[in-house]
Ligand binder design. Structure first.
Ligand SMILES: C[S@@+](CC[C@H](N)C(=O)[O-])C[C@H]1O[C@@H](n2cnc3c(N)ncnc32)[C@H](O)[C@@H]1O
Length: 411
């Protein structure tokens, strides 16, 4: 086992590319060059080059509030951003400073990188690491990223490395006319990294990739609610909006027996992760997310739901008198498990959504088209098959093109 950072970086790059990141040569070169271990001194060198997120700060409840993100998703987003030599780039969420260093490598000596973080201690560590790693010219600012950073605007590129509930008007104002902005955007609890460009008075998606970032704090924080339902197993319920919901009642319903409805739809965990939570987010207003650590004993979530790194994650329809949880039978058949008096009905409704996703060819984020309309004037007319998601400052019109006829659903 080598501890040579250069060899570890080369191995990491191979892994990232196999997972669909760093497909453009400049981004691959940045991953090959920038020493991630300098930005995460709390872990041994070998661990710094594993394709995992590394949590660097938690809130008093133990929920992560700062990290170095998983290298693959960082690389996918940098591919989406396509920062060029000489560009001026704004990053929201400096964290460890590693992504800012990758950006500095991409824009080169004639470019400029400004990175904003809301926490002073995070800013301090990012500044130190950037100087140590040889990127002292990156400007790290302690501020609420909701305001962007007007002092250095306009920017050719803006990237958020923290989950955003919506596009901040300040970012759109601070982006150069031909600029591009890449953000992990909330779609009713599901999250996609979306690259937007201007098109007339709107913002149109150029590429969409599934992702999962911790959420933005400060004035642009979304209305989502997070409840720890079980301290022991750290079972967490995430409600994507401000609906009135009693977490104790949900925990009690989940602890009771379930009625299972099988769907006949079979999918791998990766395929589900890439598509189904998003499908439910777009189509089912009562959707919520459930997660727990894979080390939880005894597990409260069925073991066969999605495993993402060290988490079991799934989606559920949560209503007054019941909860229906997305799960899988050992053979991979997707199942809706309904708890509580309304459980059988809700499980039937969840099963219908799952079957509709299967019939549509199990679409994932990459097929999605999102148009963000600044929320001024009359609502734009949306096509019959579009979903409109209203945010505070923007209205998102989300469309999934129909599956190509006759094409077998991919694995
Ligand atoms: C996933 S980390 C960013 C990772 C970072 N780009 C890196 O390479 O290490 C998300 C960061 O966003 C920051 N953050 C959260 N809310 C913010 C806000 N309103 N403005 C600026 N930064 C914010 C957090 O403090 C955290 O450090």
């Amino acid at each position: 086992v080598t501890t040579d950072p250069e060899a570890l970086r080369a191995a990491l790059l191979t892994e990232v590319r196999a997972r669909g990141g760093a497909l453009t040569e400049p981004v691959a070169d940045a991953l090959r060059t920038v020493p991630r271990h300098v930005f995460v001194p709390e872990v041994p060198v070998e661990e710094a080059y594993v394709d995992d997120a590394i949590v660097t700060k938690q809130d008093p409840a133990g929920l992560p509030i700062s990290s170095s993100s998983q290298p693959t998703i960082m690389a996918i987003m940098l591919d989406q951003l396509a920062a060029q030599p000489g560009h001026r780039v704004l990053e929201i969420g400096a964290g460890t400073g590693y992504n800012a260093a990758l950006l500095a490598h991409l824009v080169g000596a004639h470019g400029e990188v400004v990175s904003v973080d809301i926490d002073q201690d995070v800013v301090d560590r990012a500044r130190t690491a950037l100087a140590t790693a040889g990127y002292p010219d990156v400007t790290v600012v302690c501020a609420d990223g909701a305001d962007g950073y007007p002092a250095r605007a306009p920017y050719d590129r803006i990237i958020a490395t923290v989950g955003v509930w919506e596009l901040a008007p300040s970012w759109l104002d601070q982006l150069a006319p031909a600029g591009r902005i890449v953000v992990p955007l909330d779609l009713r609890g599901a999250q996609c990294s979306v690259a937007f460009e201007r098109d007339g008075g709107c913002w149109v998606s150029r590429s969409v990739e599934p992702c999962g970032f911790m959420r933005m704090r400060g004035t642009l924080a979304g209305p989502e609610q997070v409840y720890v339902l079980d301290e022991g197993t750290r079972l967490v319920l995430q409600v994507p909006d401000d609906r009135d919901l009693d977490p104790h009642a949900v925990a009690a319903l989940l602890a009771g027996p379930a009625v299972e409805v099988t769907t006949g739809v079979v999918a791998s965990a990766a395929r589900i992760f890439d598509g189904l939570p998003l499908w439910l987010g777009v189509r089912e207003p009562r959707v919520c997310q459930l997660s727990e650590s894979t080390s939880a004993e005894p597990a409260r979530l069925p073991a066969a739901v999605l495993q993402v790194q060290t988490m079991r994650i799934t989606a559920a329809i949560v209503a007054d008198r019941g909860v229906a949880v997305l799960t899988r039978a050992p053979g991979g058949d997707l199942v809706a498990a309904g708890h509580g008096p309304a459980g059988p009905r809700l499980a039937g409704e969840l099963a219908d959504h799952i079957r509709a996703w299967g019939a549509a060819g199990r679409p994932d984020a990459t097929g999605l088209r999102i148009v963000a309309h600044p929320d001024r004037g009359a609502p734009a007319a949306a096509a019959a098959d579009a979903t409109v998601i209203q945010k505070r400052h923007t209205r998102l019109v989300v469309t999934w093109p129909s599956a190509p006829p006759g094409e077998p659903p991919p694995g």
